[in-house]
Design a protein around this ligand. Structure first.
Ligand code: 5AD
Ligand code: FES
Length: 348
């Protein structure tokens, strides 16, 4: 095995590292971590300058028919207070977001049967007509290919669907039997085929995850070559069976962000809310480790606390405008700036 510096250099050159080589990078000491971080920051600047893209996240329903074992809004959680935003609520969030400079709206929800294809298409069409200069991102989970196609034809541009883990045995430990990695991956390839800009992703430090699993995530992502990758630490939720598992670490999450930035120099990489939740300067640290996107919440404050995938989620009491300005300051404090732009991926 070659030295760490050599491995980092081979990663930078775009070589396909083997699984054991990736494990070595994932498990390497803090010196390796800093080497990865510094290079990732440099690559972020080469590709995106000091621009940070913002996405307005609209969490429009926490009803979900799936039962991911780590997630606070899973169907089996009978203590979860459910809500749905109306068509008008959603349009109001967009209007407020547009005023604040957002040019991407992310419609995220549980897999809620109330939001049929017809209802979703009506929402997408209305946003598309009113905000022609904006991108529409969906995050609605697994759907038949025909539904993805209808949403796309109505004007959606992007789709986020984390693969969660690329290892089928690990996937089976995190999900009930009827949810399979095979179907998740099929959905991702269908989305790509249709023409969406696609985002996959995973949690760092999820229960039973090994360094080999993380290396497998990297290999899977290299193969899929997505436009976006959402990663954040696992955080236990008290109303799930994983309540007593430890959260994922800041250190490892930052390292994975850096490796991803080096591997896919032009990918869009958010510093996630989960990262901000485990560290008060998590987002800033994420950006300094290679991230270039932030996704503040545009949902009405009245429902925010109810979209609780994990405990202690930050920003659930702040108005959209408060988060917008708080983020602006945080991002300026590290020498970057928020841009009012659709912020399309340069990874094409
Ligand atoms: N901790 C961190 N992230 C979580 N997600 C779901 N539950 C948790 C949790 N307990 C992530 C999943 C999902 C995304 C919307 O949120 O990766 O894809
Ligand atoms: Fe929401 Fe700081 S980003 S309060």
């Amino acid at each position: 095995m070659c030295s760490m510096t050599e491995l980092v250099e081979r990663l930078r050159r775009g070589e396909a590292l083997s699984k054991p080589e990736l494990v070595a990078l994932i498990e390497g000491d803090d010196e390796t971590g800093e080497e990865l971080r510094a290079l990732a920051e440099k690559i972020r600047i080469e590709n995106y300058g000091h621009d940070i893209y913002v996405r307005g996240l609209i969490e429009f329903s926490n009803y979900c028919s799936q039962n991911c074992r780590y997630c606070g809004i899973r169907a089996g959680n009978t203590d979860c207070m459910r809500y749905r935003l109306s068509f008008d609520d959603i349009m109001h969030c967009c209007a407020e977001g547009y005023e604040l400079g957002f040019r991407t709206f992310v419609l995220q929800g549980g897999e809620d049967p109330y939001f049929t294809d017809e209802r979703m298409c009506a929402i997408i069409t209305a946003i598309r007509e009113k905000y022609q200069d904006c991108a529409i991102t969906l995050s609605l989970g697994e759907k038949p290919r025909e539904s993805y196609q209808r949403f796309f034809d109505s004007g959606a541009d992007r789709y986020l669907l984390r693969h969660e883990t690329a290892n089928p045995e690990h996937y089976a430990k995190l999900h009930p039997v009827r949810q399979t990695l095979e179907n998740r991956v099929r959905c991702l390839y269908n989305l790509r085929d249709i023409g969406y800009q696609v985002g996959c992703g995973f949690m760092v430090g999820s229960p039973f995850q090994t360094s080999e699993n993380l290396a497998e995530d990297l290999l899977f992502i290299r193969e899929l070559n997505p436009q976006m990758i959402g990663i954040g630490p696992f955080i236990p939720h008290a109303q799930t069976e994983f309540r007593d598992f430890p959260p994922g670490s800041l250190r490892l999450t930052l390292r994975m962000l850096s490796i991803l930035r080096i591997m896919l120099p032009r990918v869009l990489l958010p510093a996630t809310t989960a990262l901000a939740t485990i560290d008060s300067r998590g987002r800033e640290k994420g950006i300094l480790a290679g991230a270039n996107v932030v996704m503040p919440n545009l949902s009405p404050v009245s429902v925010r606390k109810k979209y609780q995938l994990y405990d202690n989620k930050v920003c659930t009491g702040e108005e959209s405008a408060q988060c917008r300005f708080c983020l602006e300051q945080r991002i300026n404090s590290i020498g970057c700036r928020i841009v009012t732009d659709r912020g399309d991926s340069k990874n094409r």
